[in-house]
Write a protein that binds this ligand. Sequence first.
Ligand SMILES: *Cc1c(COP(=O)(O)O)cnc(C)c1O
Length: 223
Amino acid sequence: MTKANTVSRYNDVCAQIEAAVQATGRESGSAQLVAVSKTYFEDDIEPVIEAGHRVFGENRIQESQQKWPALKDKYSDIELHLIGPLQSNKAGEAVALFDVIETVDREKIANALAGEMRKQDRYLDVYVQVNTGMEEQKAGIAPQQTSSFVSFCRDDLKLNVIGLMCIPPADENPGPHFALLRKLARENNLDKLSMGMSGDFETAIEFGATSVRVGSAIFGSRA
Ligand SMILES: *Cc1c(COP(=O)(O)O)cnc(C)c1O
């Protein structure tokens, strides 16, 4: 995929997001794009930054450490979201590099993040990841444990929980999963919903997504 193509796909995705927002009668700009740049490197990412985009998502700490420090130095207002699973022994590195952690899903991680944030005096916004499909291999807290886990993170650990995040099962209609996430967020007084990827971000916006995580529709399919 050529770089000109990447920018034109980026522009298309922005237009599609805005059209979906308008179609749902929502306020313009109320769904944020997290451009998921995993597996892609500076040559592909930088044109999208130059086009004006600042919010990116990555799923691996080590890969992010290879490519983002230089880009963050060059463009000071980058907002980097961790959207992949986190191990507690990497919490320090995650807090140092990322700006938002979307994948808080168990006490051990929540504790490690809270400790690192205090240590580094760097208090990031976080999302709690919910395993809406109850898939065994997938990360995320169970739907019925969401409220108690959110209050543990928010009240006991003082983490700045801003919303919920989910990845619906690949082979199911995502609508019911998005609806469940929205219901759980309302029950917990959380405003932000991170849901929707390349294949279903318009549906996610219909169900109230405030943030969509789109990778391949911008950067191309991954090897
Ligand atoms: C890779 C990834 C995405 C983006 O997926 P695409 O289908 O390429 O848009 C979104 N969310 C998470 C958690 C991911 O790992």
